[in-house]
Design a binder for this molecule. Sequence first.
Ligand SMILES: Cc1cc2nc3c(=O)[nH]c(=O)nc-3n(C[C@H](O)[C@H](O)[C@H](O)COP(=O)(O)O)c2cc1C
Length: 163
Amino acid sequence: MSAIVIYDSQFGNTEQIAKAIGKGFGEDTKLVKVGEAKAEDIAPYHFVIIGSPTQGGRQTTAVKAFLEKIPAEALKEKRLAAFDTRFKNVFTKVFGYAAPRIEAAIKEKGGNTTAQPQGFFVKSSKGPLLDGELERATNWAKSVAAGVPTGRMQSEVQFKKKE
Ligand SMILES: Cc1cc2nc3c(=O)[nH]c(=O)nc-3n(C[C@H](O)[C@H](O)[C@H](O)COP(=O)(O)O)c2cc1C
């Protein structure tokens, strides 16, 4: 089934994860950086996967703006999932992460996520990713594609509203 991964990335780590996710969905997966994505780009795809670096506990403004541009009816028939990159420490936990907020924005529009949001870890702001994260991303994508339940990350709160 066809998939598009729309992502933002300041230092390249989220882009690497987006590519690894693309690999999990199969070779035909379309990858688009959010600045170059148009709302109508999602139309032909079965799966729409949206990702962002976590910055200040949330998605980047470019990802937020993109989600706002998508007409609600365009999400209705899609299988949707969100991911982010983030630090693996307890201090940033209180601010939240990008992926659950992307999920909240999708749900607020009436879209339905088919997998729990997923975070992938970086060592510092510029990266690199922790060992094994690319493989984990590919495996996560395979599970999403196969409809296998992925489980919510332990550290995560679920946001009801877009913030
Ligand atoms: C301005 C800024 C704010 C950040 N805030 C958070 C944060 O609140 N929580 C977190 O886990 N990581 C935070 N980070 C780390 C980012 O998650 C990290 O830079 C990102 O995963 C790298 O992805 P990229 O290479 O695709 O830009 C922040 C990074 C920057 C530059």
